[in-house]
Design a protein around this ligand. Sequence first.
Ligand SMILES: Nc1ncnc2c1ncn2[C@@H]1O[C@H](COP(=O)(O)OP(=O)(O)OP(=O)(O)O)[C@@H](O)[C@H]1O
Length: 274
Amino acid sequence: MGQQYDGSIVQINGVYLDYAQGGVRGDRISAIVEDASFSIQRGEKFVIIGPSGCGKTTLLKAIGGFLLPLRGEILLNGSAIKKPGPDRAVVFQDFEQLFAWRTVLGNIVYALQVTRKISKRQAIEKARYYLELVQVAAAADKYPHQLSGGMKQRAAIARALALEPDILLMDEPFGALDAITRGELQIELNEIWKRTGVTIVLVTHSIEEAIFLGSRVLVMSSSPALIREIVDTSRIEDFGDEAFSQLSRHLHSLLIRQKPVTEPVAELAGNAAN
Ligand SMILES: Nc1ncnc2c1ncn2[C@@H]1O[C@H](COP(=O)(O)OP(=O)(O)OP(=O)(O)O)[C@@H](O)[C@H]1O
């Protein structure tokens, strides 16, 4: 509204989000997300972190088009988002995202056939390519109940990628996995991102995961649900290095102590608000 399009893949201008119908009461607004403004660049891994219940999923839902802003606007490639679409594929935390009565391959072929005008042969070819990419090709003919949690998540990621969306929206995708599988999938997600260049918007509770996966990390606060800071984490490669620890302390202080750290992290973190 009045804000010029800045060329980014997602541009959020003064957005208020609420689940209540008619949440505006006179001048007062009771919103879950208040006055959010930021942009997500094409091809970045944009991570959203914040205390439980602060509105991370709500923000993701709004980018997905499942929830329309009470005020403000969300632009996708310069046009206001009005509804969900296959240009934004979603992966949830829940293991039960696949149709139980279809095989892994069948799940992906079905998703492709309802969203893309391609033949069954092309859909199978594409599905096999993405199953290979996320290293779950051996389970192509299995049903979801025959898979481990990690394999189900891989299959859900393959299905989302097969749609070749502009944006992959991921809501705590590894939150229900054991630590070892989670670590493996984090590494693989970085590899998949390097190979596909897809824009990823990912919600997590984990500071370590946010730094490891994110190009930038948006830190939200609760009550009120505002954006505290957007931190540049693009140069961090490894869990072990000093820069990682420094950013981890900085995010920890924003999230847990809710006050800025005194050490000079600004240079490292940068102020990446756009
Ligand atoms: N469908 C809904 N209807 C009404 N209120 C909702 C709905 N979904 C979420 N909320 C409320 O909106 C607020 C933000 O929820 P949201 O799920 O976005 O938070 P979150 O930061 O993702 O939380 P968590 O980290 O615990 O998953 C919470 O107070 C929640 O109770």
